[in-house]
Design a protein around this ligand. Structure first.
Ligand SMILES: *[C@@H]1O[C@H](CO)[C@@H](O)[C@H](O)[C@H]1NC(C)=O
Ligand SMILES: *[C@@H]1O[C@H](CO)[C@@H](O)[C@H](O)[C@H]1NC(C)=O
Length: 260
């Protein structure tokens, strides 16, 4: 909120507005200013993601045509702004990148009295969503290695899925299978066949460059056979934990006439 010293009727508030991915925060205490001054009405995003591609709307509360300032599609769109604010409002373009959507109002006047809200949202045409932490599952022995599958859901726009070894080098992997859910958000699956290495540690990284968002999950495949027992007929493996197992299992299945 903001109060002008002589009348204390300037009350600006920056309403908390939640979406799945960020919240909009305003000042905890009233901001005080004097008529005729310029004032900055604080409003910022947490986490401090860039607001450059978002819509920032400042409006008056309890007013019929309440628009004070609108930033959308990378520019100010103030055709429908309350006339008394014409050429007196501005955002801080260089600050938008840091999630700072504060509004500057120049030359405060009496008619500016009242409560204000700052609304930051994804524009409908550019809706975005950050998906889930990727989940890695071990499919088993395949084509001379171990097949791992990475899955992540709920993304928009479509991110990239990358498999990496323990040193962060990207691994050649299959194509990314893409589906959409009932809300048109992307579900991605990508398979990789890995060879046994000294450190059997593999990472699946999902990255959405537009959102500057990365989610990754690491898995470690134990290199040794874990639990097995010898049965009358041959080797019976109870737990698929590692490379050796999968190799053994595969041989066993082949002897058995099955497929691995
Ligand atoms: C976001 O905030 C962190 C910690 O306060 C800071 O280090 C970082 O530079 C900020 N990022 C941007 C884009 O302003
Ligand atoms: C936002 O930008 C304004 C203008 O540069 C600055 O006064 C204010 O401290 C910034 N707020 C945050 C949270 O960085």
């Amino acid at each position: 909120s903001l109060c002008v010293t002589d009348s204390c009727v300037w009350c600006f508030s920056c309403v908390l507005f939640f979406t799945e991915s960020f919240e909009v925060l305003g000042p905890a205490d009233p901001v005080v200013a004097v008529a005729g001054e310029d004032v900055v009405l604080p409003c910022y995003l947490k986490p401090n993601i860039s607001a450059v591609d978002l819509s920032v709307e400042w409006f008056r509360v309890q007013t019929k045509d309440p628009l004070v300032h609108l930033y959308q599609d990378h520019e100010d769109r103030n055709e429908n702004q309350i006339p008394s604010y014409r050429r007196r409002t501005s955002l801080f373009p260089e600050e938008l990148r840091n999630g700072n959507t504060s509004l500057k109002v120049k030359n405060l006047r009496g008619s500016d009295n009242g409560e204000y809200k700052c609304l930051v949202h994804y524009t409908i045409s550019v809706s975005v969503a950050v998906g889930t932490q990727p989940v890695i599952s071990i499919e088993g022995y395949k084509e001379g290695g171990i097949s791992l599958v990475c899955e992540s859901k709920g993304w928009y726009p479509q991110p990239q899925v990358v498999w990496m070894d323990s040193e962060g080098h990207s691994l050649p992997a299959g194509h990314t299978e893409t589906h959409t859910d009932s809300m048109d958000l992307f579900i991605l699956r990508r398979r990789v066949i890995v060879q046994e290495t000294e450190i059997n540690r593999f990472t699946c990284r999902v990255l959405q460059e537009d959102l500057n968002e990365i989610k990754e999950t690491m898995t470690e495949i134990p290199g040794e056979l874990h639990i097995f027992s010898i049965n009358k007929g041959g080797v019976v493996v109870r737990w698929c934990g590692g490379f050796s197992w999968c190799l053994l299992y595969s041989r066993y299945k082949q002897l058995d006439g099955g497929t691995a």
